[in-house]
Every structure is written in C-alpha cells, then in structure tokens.
Write a protein that binds this ligand. Structure first.
Ligand SMILES: Cc1cc2nc3c(=O)[nH]c(=O)nc-3n(C[C@H](O)[C@H](O)[C@H](O)COP(=O)(O)OP(=O)(O)OC[C@H]3O[C@@H](n4cnc5c(N)ncnc54)[C@H](O)[C@@H]3O)c2cc1C
Length: 268
C-alpha cells in the first residue's frame, strides 16, 4: 500500500466538503471493492473519506409504501431486516445471495450501486423495482443513475445517501452466481405492480445493467411462463469473458427470467 490520508467524516456535509476540496479523494464505505482496487494500484486516492459510521446514513424504514434504505446499510442488515423480509422478501433474498459472509457484513448498498459493477446484484433491484436514489444533492431515478460499466451519473463530489424502493411484493430475483465470487453470471429481477411489469438484467450487458423491454412488453400482454419461454435475449451486446461467452450468458438470462416468472406465478 502507498501513503494516503484518512478522514473519519463526522457528517454528510463534512464528507461532501472534503470530497469537493480534493478531486483525488474518495469515499470509503465497506471498502470491499475500493481496498482491493487500491492494493492492485487500479485506484490511488490521496485521501479516503470514511462514511461508514454516519448514523444519518444507517436506517431501514418504511414510509408511504416505500422501503427507505440508508446507503451504509450492509448487505447483512438488508437481508436480515424485518421490514425488508416482511414487505419485500425478494430484496432480502437478493442481499442474502451477495458474496460471502465477510462481504455481506462489510459491503454496503450505497457502495454497491455507486460502484455499478456490471455483475452486481443491487443495480438489478433498483431498475427492476423503479427505485429512487437520493444523494447529497438530488434524487435520481434508477434509469438515470446507471450509465455504463462502473459508471453512474454521480458527480465527483456527490454521495449516495439513501435508496428508496417502492414496495412491490410481486417481485422476484433469480441469479446464476459465479461459483467463485458469487457475483452474477446472470441475474434477472422481475416485478409486477398494478401499473407495470419490469424485467431488469445484470451480469450480462456489455454496458451493465439494463431493462429487457422485449420481455417486459411480452409479459405485459400475457403474464405467463409460456410467454417468458418464448422471448429470447439476443447475444448481441451480451458480455463474453473467461467465465462464459455471450451465447451462454444470453441463455442463462433466459433461464433466470423463466424461473422468476414461474416462481411469481406459482406463489401469487
Ligand atoms: C469477494 C467478493 C465477492 C462479492 N460478491 C458480490 C456479489 O455476489 N454480488 C454483488 O452485488 N456484489 C458483490 N461484491 C461487491 C460487494 O457487494 C460490495 O457491495 C461492493 O464491493 C461495494 O460496496 P462497499 O460498501 O464495500 O464500497 P467501497 O468498496 O467502500 O466503495 C466502492 C466505490 O463506491 C464509492 N462509494 C461507496 N459508498 C458510496 C456512497 N455512499 N456514495 C458515493 N460513492 C460511494 C467508493 O468511493 C468507491 O469508488 C463482492 C465483493 C467481493 C470482494
């Protein structure tokens, strides 16, 4: 490791001021991605601004049929939250399936979405449920937040403070995890509310998480497993790497989507 300074921020505003005053500084939350990245010299911030202990960012509550999750809530806290388990078990299950116990205790929801790894799970829930992301500056719809691989609409001096998920009980996440890391080889989040059906895909898109419109349109016309089986994701634009080529991944997405719809139809 090389030299850097460390600031234990006492408030969101102190963290924002520190971020704005030095473009070479970075927020650290769980450190699950940032620390390994620094060890590999892929990032070399001059200053780490620690927000993990800020009480104002640590909550899970329900208000006006939205689950509000403070950005430093760990995956473990989300997966074991009574509120999340009661109102949106799909989200609890998603959090429970992230990485390993160490990653779930340390990793945070805010860090996960800010990092926007193309194989991360939470981006699929955000798009699949139509979440709103609150930052130190504004509120952003999930559609406008995730831009590309490891790229979000966050500005340099902006901090994610809270994620608001509309409660849609009729929702399900199916993931085929990479056996080594548990990141998604393909993950599909399906939700069916009174007004719309959403299908969000992670782990597969060359530009990261995306909404699978063709599947959404087909399921909106006919909500059935047969329909889910009939729509095939084209392998064009699907990632290909040492873990699997694009045809393989596209097929995994199809299978995960069918499983999610099947589960929802059987349960509701
Ligand atoms: C072995 C391993 C397995 C994993 N498996 C999975 C998996 O199966 N599924 C999955 O989805 N993820 C997985 N992860 C990722 C993990 O879930 C973490 O969520 C992720 O590493 C980032 O969260 P963090 O809190 O550790 O962020 P950090 O590492 O602290 O930060 C990551 C990035 O986000 C920025 N950041 C952090 N918090 C904020 C904020 N509030 N506002 C603005 N910017 C912020 C930081 O500056 C940094 O650039 C895995 C990680 C590891 C190491």
């Amino acid at each position: 490791m090389y030299q850097f300074s460390y600031l234990k921020a006492q408030s969101i505003s102190e963290a924002v001021t520190a971020l704005s005053s030095n473009p070479e500084s970075k927020i650290i939350a769980g450190g699950m991605t940032l620390i390994p990245t620094m060890k590999q010299r892929l990032a070399s911030p001059e200053q780490l601004i620690d927000i993990r202990h800020l009480e104002e960012l640590k909550h899970i509550k329900i208000e006006s049929n939205n689950i509000l999750i403070g950005s430093i809530s760990s995956h473990f806290e989300v997966s074991t939250s009574d509120i999340v388990n009661e109102h949106m078990p799909s989200l609890a299950k998603l959090a429970e399936g992230i990485g390993d116990p160490h990653v779930r205790y340390m990793g945070t929801i805010g860090g996960a979405i800010s990092n926007n790894d193309p194989t991360a799970d939470y981006p699929a829930a955000c798009l699949g449920l139509g979440a709103t992301i609150s930052t130190s500056k504004r509120e952003v719809k999930a559609e406008d937040f995730f831009l590309n691989l490891f790229e979000t609409s966050l500005e340099e001096d902006e901090i994610v403070t809270q994620i608001s998920f509309p409660v849609i009980k009729n929702s399900c996440y199916m993931k085929f995890p990479n056996p080594a890391s548990r990141y998604a080889m393909a993950g599909v989040f399906v939700s069916k509310s009174d007004t719309e059906i959403r299908v969000a895909v992670t782990g597969a898109g060359e530009a990261g998480v995306f909404r699978w419109k063709e599947m959404e349109d087909a399921l909106s016309k006919d909500w059935s497993v047969t329909t889910a089986e009939s729509v095939k994701l084209s392998s064009e634009g699907v990632m290909s790497d040492i873990h699997g080529n694009s045809d393989y991944r596209a097929n995994l997405v199809n299978v995960m989507a069918i499983r999610a719809v099947e589960k929802l139809i059987n349960e509701h």
